[in-house]
Design a protein around this ligand. Structure first.
Ligand code: BTN
Length: 248
């Protein structure tokens, strides 16, 4: 356990690349050289094979956006690793709010503005004998102009498209890094519970909203205490704890 206690200092080692295939892929290939008592943040100006959940491409042109992967080591017996993407979503929400916008979360961890996706999270976990290694990849569209956003095959936004202003990518990354480290520290010590209200207050879903999950339609009821989604399907309450949903 000793190695994890040093987390209280929240140190972050930073590695930056001009160009990389994917910050997640690179981190997964190189984590053995990372200090297990610290968070390692790998960033890049551009990614040549940026990807999201279900291996969908993540458009990653140079110097417009944040492409970052946070890697850290946790004891293997934690049962709540699934909440890490949700606490990360809240870090992104807080970062975007500081830029003057009001983002919402589509369960579990897509960040939307005005129902358009501005940020996504790819959370991957590797298990080793004594610990889990967690890779949290974040794509946040900062200065991507509308003509490039249109090339994405779903409604997409950037801080620029929503405010009409350019942002310094490094300033936004600095905010994100601090919120992420703060949230992770609290999560390691106290789990998901301290985030529950904040998470519930930032989801886009309202009671009775139509949701498609696991090829079925249902009505949103609530976010349960463990962060899972409760929807009513054919009169029965269903607990959804993974995957992706569609909203109307
Ligand atoms: C999603 O919404 O499906 C997740 C998108 C995650 C994209 C980020 S960009 C940085 C990191 N590197 C990747 O290849 N993917 C993640």
């Amino acid at each position: 356990m000793g190695v994890y206690l040093r987390w209280l200092y929240m140190e972050i080692n930073c590695l930056h690349f001009d160009s990389i295939n994917s910050t997640n892929t690179w981190s997964k290939e190189n984590y053995k050289s990372f200090d297990p008592s610290k968070i390692t943040m790998v960033t890049a100006d551009q990614q040549t094979s940026g990807h999201g959940r279900y291996n969908r491409p993540w458009l990653s042109p140079a110097k417009q956006n944040i492409y970052a992967t946070f890697t850290f080591f946790l004891p293997q017996n934690r049962k709540d690793l699934g909440n890490i993407a949700q606490i990360t979503a809240l870090s992104i929400v807080k970062t975007i709010k500081e830029c003057g916008l009001f983002p919402l979360i589509k369960w579990p961890n897509d960040i939307l503005i005005d129902r358009k996706k501005i940020s996504g999270i790819l959370c991957e976990v590797m298990q080793e004998a004594n610990h889990s290694i967690v890779f949290v990849g974040i794509g946040l569209n900062v200065n991507m102009p509308p003509e490039i956003l249109q090339k994405i095959n779903q409604p997409a936004a950037s801080l620029l498209s929503e405010t009409g202003k350019e942002f310094d990518v490094q300033d936004v990354l600095h905010l994100l890094k601090n919120y992420f480290a703060k949230h992770l520290k609290l999560f390691i010590q106290n789990g998901f519970f301290p985030f529950l209200n904040d998470y519930r207050n930032h989801v886009i879903h309202q009671k009775g909203d139509l949701i498609s999950a696991q090829m079925q339609k249902g009505l949103f009821q609530r976010i349960d205490d463990d962060g899972t989604l409760i929807i009513e399907m054919d009169g029965k309450m269903q607990k959804i704890n993974a995957g992706e949903i569609d909203i109307q």
